[in-house]
Ligand binder design. Structure first.
Ligand code: ATP
Length: 361
């Protein structure tokens, strides 16, 4: 088992630079998830670790070996792709063992490795089936099996679940978590699905436009985001951001009918303006005399999402345990505990930490 280190990793396609000096340490046995919006460079970074893309600058190390310019086959990694690309004319067993056969491994060794992978992935009953007789989830498990039999030091997953329907995705997510627990290898996993990132990762790397925005455990990123981008990306539904005006020791929020909340002592923003970040889970919506209007209540059974139009046109999302019917157009009051709000500089989008908190950090 081995960790992965990236030092000032750069990727250029011709004159266009798409990865801008990434530094990252992934520990031995860690489950690391790269997450970020489309085009931020997640797959490119993963493919550079795999050796499927050339690294333009910087270094990639696996364990103590600098593999920046090594062949993919020499890196000790195995990759699972979004499309499973199984050979349709081969059985599950043949598909899983094919790479080993090509490498000239003895038959009985291949059989032993395939059986062990089939046991881990609960594919024993399907070994003699052809891919067309498998569900999407089973096919993806065969693709993962192909990676396992190679006994890699590092597993690389490139959005492996995005071709599966919602229910299967959940099942496979659980399977992958179990797999990591069972074999304990270092795993790097690319997704744009923040729920996958939250549930699978030991460490999440949030990328944006080819640079790292923040690295941390799922809960660190959720509870303590460094900036508006991470705060908005991690957590579902996304955090709400409201404009606020600092007035002495309070913050006035025009969107909430000029409501004032007690201001923590924030480091001064040049403009006297702040962005107030409120998680949907921290808002309480109730019918009442106000200029805020409920646009829609989505009742999911158990929880409801309320979409509320504010006085200045801002739209808020609130999550509540209340699944009673509430009509569109109802006037509502929004309540929250100001201690649960996060604050951001509207210009730099960096987090503004209350001064006492910052002094203690
Ligand atoms: N072969 C290429 N030539 C030029 N630009 C490329 C090439 N491959 C990728 N890019 C660019 O590099 C950037 C990063 O792409 P990448 O596929 O790594 O993003 P991603 O975060 O994985 O996105 P997605 O979630 O959509 O897969 C994008 O702006 C993309 O257009």
């Amino acid at each position: 088992m081995t960790g992965v280190t990236l030092r000032n990793v750069i990727k250029k396609y011709g004159p266009v630079q798409v990865v801008h000096g990434v530094d990252l340490e992934i520990d031995d046995g860690e489950f690391c998830v790269f997450v970020g919006p489309s085009g931020c460079g997640k797959s490119t970074l993963l493919r550079m670790i795999a050796g499927l893309e050339e690294t333009t600058g910087g270094n990639v190390s696996i364990g103590s070996r600098d593999v920046t310019h090594a062949d993919p086959a020499e890196r000790g990694v195995a990759m699972v792709f979004q499309t499973y690309a199984l050979y349709p004319h081969m059985t599950v067993e043949e598909n899983m063992g094919f790479g080993l056969k090509m490498n000239g491994q003895p038959k009985d060794e291949i059989k032993a490795k395939v059986s062990e992978a089939a046991r881990i992935l609960k594919l024993e009953d399907y070994l003699s089936r052809k891919p067309k007789a498998l569900s999407g989830g089973q096919r993806q498990r065969v693709a993962i099996g192909r990676a396992i039999v190679r006994g890699p030091e590092v597993f690389l997953f490139d959005e492996p679940l995005s071709n599966l329907d919602a229910e299967l995705r959940v099942d496979m997510r659980v399977e992958i978590a179990r797999l990591h627990k069972e074999i304990g290898a270092t795993m790097i996993y690319v997704t744009h699905d923040q729920v996958e990132a939250m549930t699978l990762a030991d460490k999440i790397v949030v990328l944006r436009a080819g640079s790292i925005e923040q690295v941390g455990t799922p809960m660190e990123l959720y509870q303590n985001p460094d900036n508006k981008f991470v705060a908005g990306f991690i957590g579902s539904p996304s955090m709400n951001f409201l404009n606020g005006v600092v007035e002495g020791d309070s913050i006035r929020i025009p969107a909430l009918g000029d409501r004032k909340i007690a201001a923590p002592s924030l480091p001064g923003t040049a403009s006297g303006k702040v962005l107030v970040g409120l998680r949907p889970q921290h808002l309480r919506v109730s019918p009442g005399d106000s200029a805020l209007r409920l646009d829609l209540r989505e009742r999911l059974g158990g929880v409801s999402y309320d979409y509320v139009n504010c006085t200045d046109g801002t739209r808020l999302v609130a999550e509540s345990r209340d699944d009673a019917k509430l009509d569109e157009g109802t006037n509502v009051i929004i309540d929250f505990d100001p201690a649960e709000a996060l604050y951001f500089d509207p210009d730099t989008e960096q987090r503004l930490r209350p001064i006492t908190e910052a002094a203690m950090a």
